[in-house]
Design a protein around this ligand. Structure first.
Ligand code: FAD
Ligand code: NAP
Length: 550
């Protein structure tokens, strides 16, 4: 096939070659559209290309956290473990890129700096940081909700004499930690996966914890021929249930509320949910994230389990969160995290008791104590959901600037489009359930919707689509109201932007669940793209769209 990565004009530019961007190339090309994907990295995989830290693996079972668009792909790929490691997931995504011949449509090491709508031609100009321009009709931002990396500006960082690493920018070559004194800042999902492995390799590990997190062990085990045969046979049913579920995997809460069952039943349910691992524990009962009373027994169960693992009760006191309800931040999934703190070569520094004052060439100073370090690892997360888009200068109709439109928090309709930015689509971003669900299926759902919408426009001979300002406003409000009815708004999480100084505190995802969201989106389409405005040309309004045919 010809190499079209230098094309100057295409139907669709896809930004990002992660899980969503890769599928977008395939899906849109299948529809006969010319597609160019621009990816800042030198390879495919997005999250799984960048986050190469030891211990990185998925927290949704691989058989669910994998593409569903092609049953042949499902049947042919062999997962080696229930929760695959980063290298295996990256191998899988490279396999997908090869199998569907996607690389010929990807311009690697290209960072999109600007995207500007030219209202006279009705086309978008996508500008790379090299100055190269690509002209297109549609632009799809598959830039990732967790791709804009955060390294906090701690005084003295530039003077540190040792190695500085970040989990989300981990080197491609192996990092030898043997005999080293390593410091890890951050105890979110990344830190919690990394810490047990560093502890095994380093001479000494110092963990700098600002907030304790809830973590639950992954029920990981290798797949066997027998288990592979089982999951292959179960795929159609698993996918169906995943699409109907709240979180995008085939698991549902107990049918009754927490306090409507007796204690024995409650305990059985927690045990079952604990055995499922990680994030699923947040939904043992339907009301668990809706009231303190329903959350408290789940939290107590967690505390009992974790205290049983940690030898020193004073260390356990520091490791068990008290500042937020369980599940109001994403529950982490670990392999031996709490037991790591029983090791002789591991120490925990509680930054709420002794904050970091500065970084010195020899290490980190907290108060009177200098923690001497050879290597410093940041596991400090991302400017989530909006960071990657805010890094791009995006201009829509009448010169509107996306950054300015979102200054008080992101505003989208269904998470898919933004008023004033016609023919621009966002994948699994703010206003969608993406980050609260299995993001492979969430990405596929969005990409399918974009492809079907473009198809609909073409069938109707229309130029473009954008949400109406009113529909967007009421969706933003609906999302906020749903979130306010949960405990999720209580935590200082990245869902509300609390991890980025100065970011407006807005609960960004849609909390109504993946299954319900899919129904909402389907209804919108059935009602003729209710809430969207269709245009015959840039500036030529024809009002709301007609019902989709077929
Ligand atoms: P990404 O994978 O983030 O890809 C976006 C791509 O866009 C990146 O490659 C980036 O380089 C590129 N890009 C961004 N801006 C630009 C630009 N301006 N120009 C050019 N390129 C650009 N989710 C789950 O559901 N289950 C899990 O188990 C899970 N585990 C995770 C583990 C880690 C360590 C992390 C960080 C996240 C995890 N997630 C998980 C969330 C994960 O981000 C998604 O599952 C999924 O990989 C996102 O795919 P994506 O294609 O939407 O975005
Ligand atoms: P994160 O959850 O945002 O955690 C960042 C950690 O760094 C937090 O402990 C935070 O403390 C700490 N931190 C940030 N700034 C700091 C500062 N100035 N000083 C001290 N500590 C600081 O980021 P993440 O761990 O990379 O995970 C992000 C998301 O990616 C997860 O929630 C999950 O969705 C996904 N992920 C999934 C997996 C998986 O298991 N498959 C693995 C990794 C990531 P505070 O809490 O106090 O802010």
């Amino acid at each position: 096939m010809p190499d079209d990565t230098t094309a100057g004009s295409v139907d669709v530019v896809v930004v990002g070659a992660g899980i969503a961007g890769l599928y977008a190339i395939h899906r849109l090309r299948e529809q006969g559209l010319s597609v160019l994907c621009v990816e800042a990295g030198s390879g495919v995989g997005g999250t799984w290309f960048w986050n190469r830290y030891p211990g990185a693996r998925c927290d949704v079972e691989s058989i669910d956290y994998s593409y569903s668009f092609d049953p042949e792909l499902e049947q042919e790929w062999e997962w080696s473990e229930r929760y695959a490691t980063q290298p295996e997931i990256l191998r899988y995504l490279n396999h997908v890129a090869d199998r569907y011949d996607l690389r010929r449509s990807i311009r690697f090491e290209g960072r999109v700096a600007r995207a500007v709508l030219d209202e006279s031609s009705g086309r978008w100009t996508v500008v790379l940081d090299t100055g190269d321009e690509i002209d297109c009709r549609f632009v799809v931002f598959a830039t990732g909700s967790l791709s804009a990396v955060r390294t906090p500006a701690i005084p003295g960082l530039a003077d540190f004499a040792g190695r500085v690493l970040h989990t989300a920018r981990w080197p491609h070559e192996p990092v030898d930690l043997a005999g080293r004194r390593v410091g890890v800042i951050g105890t979110g999902s990344s830190g919690i996966q990394l810490i047990p492995i560093v502890a095994e390799q380093a001479a000494h590990l110092t963990v700098f914890q600002r907030s304790a997190n809830y973590s639950i062990p992954a029920p990981n085990r290798p797949h066997t021929d027998e288990s592979r045969a089982e999951y292959r046979a179960a795929y159609p049913e698993r996918r169906k249930l995943s699409r109907e579920s709240g979180g995008g995997s085939p698991h549902f809460p107990h049918p009754r509320n927490t306090l409507d069952v007796d204690e024995a039943e409650r305990r059985r349910t927690y045990e079952k949910q604990w055995a499922l691992g990680g994030v699923l524990f947040s939904k043992a009962f339907p009301d668990q994230l809706h009231s303190e009373e329903a959350n408290a027994p789940a939290r107590a169960f967690f505390e009992e389990k974790v205290r049983a693992v940690i030898d020193d009760p004073a260390v356990a006191d520091r490791l068990i969160p008290r500042d937020h309800p369980i599940g109001s931040k994403r529950i982490c999934t670990d392999s031996g995290y709490y037991a790591t703190f029983n090791r002789e070569n591991v120490s925990l520094v509680d930054l709420r008791e002794t904050p970091i004052d500065e970084i010195l060439p020899a290490g980190i100073r907290t108060g009177e104590v200098l923690h001497e370090l050879d290597d410093l690892v940041f596991a400090t997360g991302f400017d989530a959901l909006t960071g990657a888009l805010a890094a791009i200068d995006i201009r829509g109709r009448d010169g509107r600037e996306l950054r300015a439109e979102w200054a008080d928090g992101p505003k989208t309709y269904l998470g898919l489009g933004v008023a004033g930015f016609p023919n621009m689509f966002v994948i699994t971003g703010p206003g969608s359930p993406g980050v609260l669900s299995n993001m492979v299926l969430a990405g596929e759902h969005h990409v399918d919707w974009v492809a079907e919408t473009i198809d609909h426009l073409d069938a109707q001979g229309l130029w473009g689509i954008e949400p109406s300002a009113e529909a967007q406003e009421s969706w933003v409000q609906h999302c906020a109201e749903l979130a306010e009815g949960t405990l999720m708004v209580r935590a200082n999480s990245w869902y509300v932007g609390a991890n980025v100084p100065g970011k407006p505190r807005v609960f960004m995802p849609y909390v109504g669940g993946f299954g319900r969201y899919r129904e909402v989106v389907s209804t919108v389409v059935e009602k003729g793209y209710d809430g969207f405005e269709m245009r015959a040309g840039p500036g030529v309004e024809i009002g709301p769209a007609q019902p989709a045919v077929g």
